[in-house]
Design a protein around this ligand. Structure first.
Ligand SMILES: CCCCCCCCCCCCCCCCCCCCC/C=C/C(=O)SCCNC(=O)CCNC(=O)[C@H](O)C(C)(C)COP(=O)(O)OP(=O)(O)OC[C@H]1O[C@@H](n2cnc3c(N)ncnc32)[C@H](O)[C@@H]1OP(=O)(O)O
Ligand SMILES: Cc1cc2nc3c(=O)[nH]c(=O)nc-3n(C[C@H](O)[C@H](O)[C@H](O)COP(=O)(O)OP(=O)(O)OC[C@H]3O[C@@H](n4cnc5c(N)ncnc54)[C@H](O)[C@@H]3O)c2cc1C
Length: 661
């Protein structure tokens, strides 16, 4: 599609684009993280969308379960080959975002890339990396991360799979003692992988040392048959991601060499002596790494959904605002703006907090190399909170975008259903959100109780700022609004701590008191993480060196985001005195003004996300707005339309209709 050729474009969209008052390319660079990254993303995407191998012969929704898997594996393998062939040598992990949209509905190699390779990098010592890293990066072996079991997903300490060390032959014996110990869910495990990282309870010298990672060969490298002592399969259809082969795995006293325990952090020596790690949660490092990645991935899902919903809202006309006048664009309804525009604002919130989290992760990783684990708890808390809020915000945002597209949003060809199922899974995987938020709450209560002790953790230093509990602000700058978020979080933490203490003082055990307060604790964790997101948003926009147009748009989006979230949880702001009822009413009015200010820029802002039609894959969101023809053409692809009268008519309907004659 030639974006300069207006003649091919829907007239509403032409008019919308003419209203643009900022430099779109500049905003695109901000979204990508710099000009060079925009160029790189475009180069990769060009490479992919011009390649006919990535086309589906028929839409995936009409394929059988086996064909969906096989078709996706064909494209995934082609993609890996293609990227490996590039002279410039692409770093697939750096470029993972550019691939969004090319592989649809989950793909069998995703966990190989996003968890198996990172597990080797983060958990294997240098000798082990030498043995397995190169091979896995060159795709000579394909792996997954097998942690979850039928009986235990959340509670990693409760895993049942055993790895028992036998010093006589220097081997571990892997065993699945019960049905509930069956590994269940790992992506690519069913049919694709021939290796995996297994999390199993380590037993040596008669003691259990908790879950540790082991690398295990599952299938013969020549025949791809599963090895003796190993039972493997696929777990069946899911809500979404159905072109992946999420699998199950059982071990029957399967032996692996001692050196297959990933030994970067803890070791079992030849005689069975256990050498403990610097920090006993370092074996959870792969999960933490991926949680950080999920924040960025969620922002991309939301970019897709909001691009579709905004363009469609500009093209779609329905009902009337002024009686008797032509039907307006649905984007002119304030209620429609309230659905779509806050989701645009949310995209930037997620992008900026993902970047901030990534930086913290890099510095914690650097410190870990020097044996310093001091900031690991803070990274665990931040990555857990941001993974939880980004996945729930994005899932809700995608769903709102689907609803904003009315009936057509329910069609597979809108690509909104698949975007939703591909996002909502992130609420559950890599740590179920409630559970992760309770980890954040645990960290908050602990930090609150240790006020005065220097921990170096900056994200919770505000908890010591007791004076702010009394200082309600009368100013309404963005900074002042961020202060209100801080006050609300601080006051919730103080309330939860007091309630916990009171229950304990009344004689309850701490863990019962904890469970009894956990709804409030969840709120603390959400408020704390929201405050973090708001603060990063405000700081990033404030310090941005950008043209006036771009800065204005981002300022308005940031302000909308702050006010939108205040109005959603206004009770918390009122309760702690951060804002008065009058303040809330004024802010609600201002939110409507912001929607009106941003409305004319909405199409141009989503254009700045720069998602090619071929990747967006949506009849409703295409660049040219030729929505109705595309919907019609897609409908014609239904196999039911191959014949005027389907066979099923003769088999079932005709006999029924004639039976009463
Ligand atoms: C070539 C170059 C390569 C470069 C590499 C780049 C890498 C790029 C990565 C790419 C990423 C892209 C991602 C985008 C796409 C995403 C697609 C991903 C597909 C994912 C598929 C899904 C996979 C899975 O789901 S895997 C299974 C995940 N499972 C879970 O997450 C389980 C959740 N449960 C837990 O984590 C634990 O059970 C927990 C934390 C809930 C509780 O653990 P516990 O042992 O019971 O601990 P507890 O008693 O509660 O607390 C004790 C103590 O420990 C602290 N703690 C806990 N965890 C940690 C941690 N991780 N770190 C630090 N500290 C931790 C806790 O806070 C307590 O502290 P105290 O209060 O001080 O006692
Ligand atoms: C699409 C998809 C892909 C996946 N890929 C992988 C993979 O590649 N590898 C892998 O190992 N796993 C994978 N998983 C598994 C995933 O990590 C787990 O499903 C997830 O960690 C949640 O665990 P669970 O299913 O046991 O849920 P449960 O823990 O049983 O959760 C059920 C409910 O109990 C609540 N609950 C549980 N514990 C607590 C608590 N302490 N406090 C309060 N409430 C609690 C939860 O909030 C939830 O409401 C995948 C899952 C999905 C859906």
């Amino acid at each position: 599609m030639d974006k300069n050729n207006e003649r091919e474009c829907n007239e509403d969209l032409i008019r919308e684009r003419r209203k643009c008052n900022f430099n779109i390319e500049e905003l695109t660079n901000i979204v990508d993280g710099g000009k060079a990254r925009t160029a790189r993303r475009r180069e990769i995407q060009r490479l992919l969308i011009n390649d006919p191998e990535f086309l589906d012969e028929i839409p995936q929704d009409y394929m059988s379960h086996e064909d969906r898997y096989s078709n996706e594996l064909r494209k995934s393998a082609h993609l890996m080959q293609k990227l490996a062939d590039q002279e410039s040598g692409h770093d697939i992990h750096q470029d993972i975002g550019a691939l969004t949209g090319i592989l649809k509905d989950g793909n069998p190699l995703m966990v190989h890339l996003s968890m198996f390779i990172p597990a080797i990098l983060g958990q294997a010592n240098s000798e082990q990396q030498e043995k397995w890293l190169g091979r896995s990066l060159r795709n000579e072996i394909i792996g997954t991360y097998a942690q979850t079991e039928l009986g235990h997903g959340t509670f990693v300490r409760g895993l049942e799979t055993r790895a028992t060390y036998d010093p006589t032959v220097e081997e571990f014996v892997l065993h699945t003692p019960t049905i509930t110990a069956t590994k269940w869910w790992p992506g690519g495990l069913g049919k694709t992988c021939n290796y995996c990282v297994v999390m199993a309870q380590l037993y040596t010298q008669g003691r259990c040392y908790g879950p540790h990672p082991f690398i295990v060969q599952l299938r013969d490298e020549e025949t791809h048959r599963s090895l003796p002592g190993i039972t493997l399969g696929e777990i069946g259809p899911r809500l979404g991601l159905n072109s992946n082969d999420n699998g199950f795995l059982k071990f029957e006293n399967h032996r692996i060499p001692r050196t297959n325990m990933l030994m970067k952090h803890s070791q079992v020596l030849k005689d069975g002596t256990y050498v403990k790690p610097l920090h006993n949660k370092l074996s959870y490092g792969t999960m933490m790494l991926v949680r950080v990645g999920i924040v960025g991935a969620c922002s991309r899902s939301l970019q897709y959904a909001v691009t579709i919903a905004t363009r469609y809202s500009a093209v779609r006309h329905q009902s009337e605002i002024v009686p008797g006048q032509p039907e307006p664009q649905i984007l002119d309804y304030q209620t429609q703006q309230y659905k779509v525009i806050p989701q645009i604002a949310s995209v930037f919130a997620l992008i900026f907090s993902a970047r901030s989290l990534s930086k913290i992760q890099s510095s914690v990783t650097a410190k870990l190399k020097d044996g310093n684990t001091d900031l690991l708890p803070e990274l665990h808390s931040l990555s857990s909170g941001l993974k939880a809020l980004s996945s729930s915000d994005a899932s809700w945002g995608v769903e709102v975008c689907r609803l904003a597209c009315g009936g057509h949003g329910y069609l597979a060809s809108s690509n909104l259903p698949r975007t939703y199922t591909g996002t909502t899974c992130a609420i559950t995987y890599e740590g179920e959100n409630t559970v992760l938020l309770l980890q954040v709450a645990r960290y908050l209560i602990k930090s609150y109780r240790s006020i005065g002790k220097e921990t170096g953790a900056s994200s919770v230093s505000y908890l010591a700022d007791q004076t702010s509990l009394a200082s309600s602000s009368s100013s309404f700058s963005n900074k002042a609004l961020v202060q209100a978020f801080k006050l609300s979080a601080l006051s919730l933490v103080a309330e939860a701590e007091a309630r916990l203490q009171k229950l304990c003082d009344m004689g309850q055990e701490f863990y019962h008191a904890w469970n009894y307060c956990s709804v409030l604790l969840l709120k603390c964790a959400e408020a704390h993480t929201r405050y973090y997101i708001c603060e990063k948003y405000e700081q990033t926009v404030d310090s941005l060196k950008a043209s006036e147009g771009v800065k204005n748009v981002l300022q308005s989006l940031c302000r909308l985001y702050l006010i939108y979230h205040i109005t959603l949880t206004h009770g918390d702001f009122l309760k702690c005195g951060a804002l008065t009822p009058r303040n809330i009413a004024v802010l609600e009015g201002e939110m409507c003004d912001l929607l009106a200010v941003l409305r004319p820029q909405a199409v141009s802002i989503v254009d700045a996300f720069d998602i090619p039609d071929e990747l967006l894959g949506s009849t409703l969101g295409c660049w040219d707005g030729n929505v109705y023809q595309r919907l019609y053409d897609e409908a014609l692809k239904s196999p039911l339309n191959k014949t005027d009268v389907p066979d099923a008519y003769y088999k079932y309907l005709l006999p029924l209709m004639k039976s009463s004659l």
